[in-house]
Design a protein around this ligand. Structure first.
Ligand code: AQP
Length: 340
């Protein structure tokens, strides 16, 4: 069975951009692929973060993913920091990663502008992502469009490592992306990518009132000033969101009533809110069940970490050997970050 790896940062609430761009795909693919789904908490410390809320955000992310349909009987769901080999492989991959490539990453350029003193972790983020994927020798990575550049770098790192340490043998497969139709959902500001850190999201577990309160002020066609102005649905983010939450007949009606100035933007948003609330209701219900059983969530994550660790320690034994490290004395525990 081909292997899939993908990850999500517990840097805020799981939102509909994450869901449409990636998580739905993970749920659909878990039946046909060996799937590893990782809550990448080590990535979440590359920016400013709150250590006191990180454990809860990590658990909440697990709840969201399980509620969205990640099935622990089909996929391995685990927390990145529970498998120390991720950090170890990242360090080793630094030896074949060109600094210039890291500096030209779009996400680094964007996010580094927010810092007076840029943390090195932000620069090294893509090396950790390469380690995440290559540790499991994954073939495919279902992601949103924003991660494509990082994935290209992962392929380059795999190529360089294979050439340097595996005599050209494809020890690390060069992983390919899988994108959904919703590969870049725009935020409610109508401009930037919907992002946890930008506050322009609708959370997957938001209730009816929260959804409406967020949709109501959301940006629409900027040229439509009054209700009488005909709108252009193609430049309206609300219209695009309808495509993912409303039936095709409604999407057609939205386009017609907007361009014919028959509906105001609030009318259109109300219909979207109702359809979104109905689509997300079963996910919220399932989330409630997991929230009421935190022990069950911890157990799923523990089993996931065990399964992932087995694969990770196998890869690292090979990697350490091929990179020329002196095997560790046998009395030291292996597979827990010690070169051996
Ligand atoms: N707006 C989006 N549209 C489509 N896909 C998206 N993804 C994220 N935002 C969108 C995809 O969701 C997966 C998990 O993302 P992540 O949390 O690990 O990283 P991210 O892309 O940086 O997500 P955010 O929400 O923007 O978080 P912050 O603000 O913390 O950086 C990835 O596959 C991503 O492509």
């Amino acid at each position: 069975m081909p292997r899939i790896f993908s990850g999500i940062q517990p840097s805020g609430e799981l939102h509909i951009g994450n869901w449409l761009g990636a998580v739905q795909n993970w749920v659909n693919l878990q039946r046909s692929y060996q799937s590893l789904i990782c809550i990448v908490d080590l990535h979440a410390i590359t920016g400013k973060y709150d250590k006191d809320t990180l454990p809860q955000r990590t658990r909440d992310m697990a709840v969201g993913l399980l509620a969205a349909g990640i099935d622990p009987d089909q996929a391995t769901l685990f927390v990145q920091s529970h498998v120390p080999e991720h950090s170890e492989l990242q360090w080793l991959l630094n030896s074949v990663t060109p600094l210039g490539e890291l500096e030209r990453m779009t996400q680094f350029k964007d996010k580094s502008q927010k810092f007076e003193s840029v943390p090195a972790g932000l620069l090294n983020y893509p090396v950790l992502m390469a380690a995440d994927i290559l540790l499991y020798r994954a073939d495919l990575v279902p992601v949103g469009e924003d991660q494509i550049q990082h994935l290209e770098l992962t392929r380059e790192i795999a190529r360089k490592w294979n050439s340097e340490f595996a005599g050209g043998e494809k020890f690390f497969p060069e992983p390919h992306p899988i994108l959904t139709e919703a590969k870049r959902i725009t935020g409610l500001d109508g401009q930037a990518k919907m992002s946890k850190s930008l506050g322009n999201t609708i959370a997957l577990l938001d209730g009816p009132e929260e959804i409406w309160q967020k949709l109501r002020p959301a940006k629409t066609d900027p040229a439509r000033v009054t209700r009488k102005d005909p709108g252009n649905p193609e430049v309206c983010n609300i219209y695009h969101l309808h495509k993912y939450f409303s039936p095709p007949a409604t999407v057609g009606a939205v386009a017609e009533n907007c361009s014919g100035a028959k509906w105001g933007c609030l009318d259109c948003k109300r219909v979207l809110a109702d359809n979104m609330i109905a689509t997300l209701a079963p996910i919220r219900d399932r989330a409630r069940q997991f929230q009421e059983a935190p022990g069950r969530v911890d157990q799923i994550l523990a089993e996931g970490a065990l399964g992932a660790s087995g694969l990770a320690s196998e890869t690292m034994r090979e990697v350490r050997g091929r990179m020329g490290f002196l095997p560790a004395p046998s009395r030291l525990p292996t597979g827990s970050g010690h070169p051996g």
